[in-house]
Write a protein that binds this ligand. Structure first.
Ligand SMILES: *Cc1c(COP(=O)(O)O)cnc(C)c1O
Length: 392
């Protein structure tokens, strides 16, 4: 599909119709493990990668390929591939390019699982990891210019929604020939296009907004063809393959991506403004607020500020323990980006793997609440927050 269509259109149509099934109006789940050939020469050519086609579903599968095409068009990328989970996308991408003796520069605030890779796993393989203060752009540039092989970014970050200037950091990376990867899970391709801003690869936990219904897991990668192919070759052998049924669920969810994100952008801004003036709330972290430190960069590089926010209550953890269970319109759960509102304390969810001291260093108060705005009517969400805040 041409990339000249707008994103909302691409989300519906891209990748569809690639599977020949008597005109089925949606790409079906092709659950076959293997694909058969009557012509041995053709089989050989497809197996060698000289001809398009399917061999074995660990490598490629028609339903999965339809989803990959959707993200490729939405991110306006040369190529895309997929993984069993978001962490599989991240770890496969990092381990493909970071062999012994190589160096990665990243930020202190990346997703909890990604932090674990940086702190516990990559160093074991003799990879040098340099983690900079997330919003210290000068510090990041200085670390990059000392030379590195990969620059790994995430913006907005989890859970305090810090913002990094992708264009500025990509320029520094280009000077030393480093590959720039950006985790675009929070923003989605509706709100932010890292490749346009200079990144080489963009990653997603498709489990979150792309799927959007909290009912399937997956990871996606899009970007420069030669890099995507290298990661694909590693993934097909280590086996972190996305299943066809999960790919179907994610592609189905993605058809409403623009509708959901536009709604969530608008609701989150209203809710952030409401919380900001509430006398029981101490801090609200939302990049759409002018008071947010990253607001001006976000206003430049994002088309919308997203549905994620976090806030803390003046009375800390004891207040959180009363407030969260009082919410009627929020699943208290890990994860984010679903049609239904989800809320939870990062100390129990995204950053549970870290110690209290590590969380403190990241500027994550123990009483912080992460709030993922769903697609419910915003007046009901505001009323729900109001009644729960009354109880603390
Ligand atoms: C959830 C998440 C991941 C990991 O994705 P999984 O699908 O849970 O493996 C990575 N990055 C961000 C920003 C996330 O929110």
């Amino acid at each position: 599909m041409s990339t000249s269509f707008k994103k909302g259109t691409a989300a519906v149509w891209a990748g569809e119709g690639n599977v020949n099934t008597a005109g089925a109006a949606t790409t079906p789940i092709v659950s076959s493990v293997a694909f058969s050939y009557t012509d041995l020469d053709e089989w050989y050519e497809v197996s060698k990668g000289n001809k398009e086609g399917y061999i074995y579903s660990r490598n490629t599968n028609p339903t999965v390929a339809a989803l990959e095409e959707k993200i490729r068009v939405l991110e306006d990328a040369e190529a895309a591939t997929s993984f069993a989970t978001g962490m599989a996308a991240i770890s496969n991408s990092l381990f493909t390019f970071l062999t012994a003796g190589k160096k990665v520069v990243s930020i202190k605030d990346s997703y909890g699982g990604t932090s674990k890779l940086f702190l516990d796993f990559l160093p074991k393989y003799n990879v040098e990891v340099v983690l900079c203060d997330t919003t210290d752009h000068e510090g990041l540039e200085a670390a990059i210019l000392k030379s590195c092989d990969v620059v790994y970014l995430e913006t907005p970050t989890n859970p305090t929604l810090k913002i990094i200037d992708i264009e500025r950091i990509s320029k520094a990376a280009k000077k030393v020939g480093a590959i720039v990867m950006v985790d675009n899970t929070f923003a989605t391709p509706i709100n932010q296009s890292p490749l346009e801003l200079g990144a080489d690869l963009v990653l997603h936990s498709a489990t979150k907004y792309l799927c959007g219904h909290s009912d399937a897991m997956g990871g996606l990668l899009a970007g420069k063809k030669k890099f995507v192919q290298e990661v694909f070759q590693f993934r097909e052998i280590n086996g972190a393959t996305l299943q066809a049924d999960a790919a179907y669920m994610i592609a189905r969810g993605m058809k409403t991506l623009e509708l959901r994100i536009e709604r969530q952008n608008a609701s989150a801004l209203k809710i952030a403004n409401y919380l900001k003036q509430h006398d029981k709330v101490s801090d609200v972290f939302y990049p759409g607020l002018e008071s947010h430190k990253g607001h001006s960069i976000a206003a430049r590089q994002m088309r919308g500020f997203g549905g994620m926010m976090s806030f803390s209550l003046k009375d800390g953890w004891p207040a959180v323990k009363k407030f969260l269970p009082a919410l009627k319109l929020a699943h208290l759960a890990a994860s984010l980006g679903s049609v239904s509102t989800l809320a939870g304390p990062p100390r129990t969810t995204s950053h549970v793997e870290l110690t209290e001291e590590q969380r403190r260093q990241l500027g994550i108060p123990e009483g912080l609440i992460r709030y993922s705005v769903g697609i419910e009517n915003v007046d009901d969400l505001l009323n729900d927050l109001q009644q729960a805040l009354k109880l603390v």
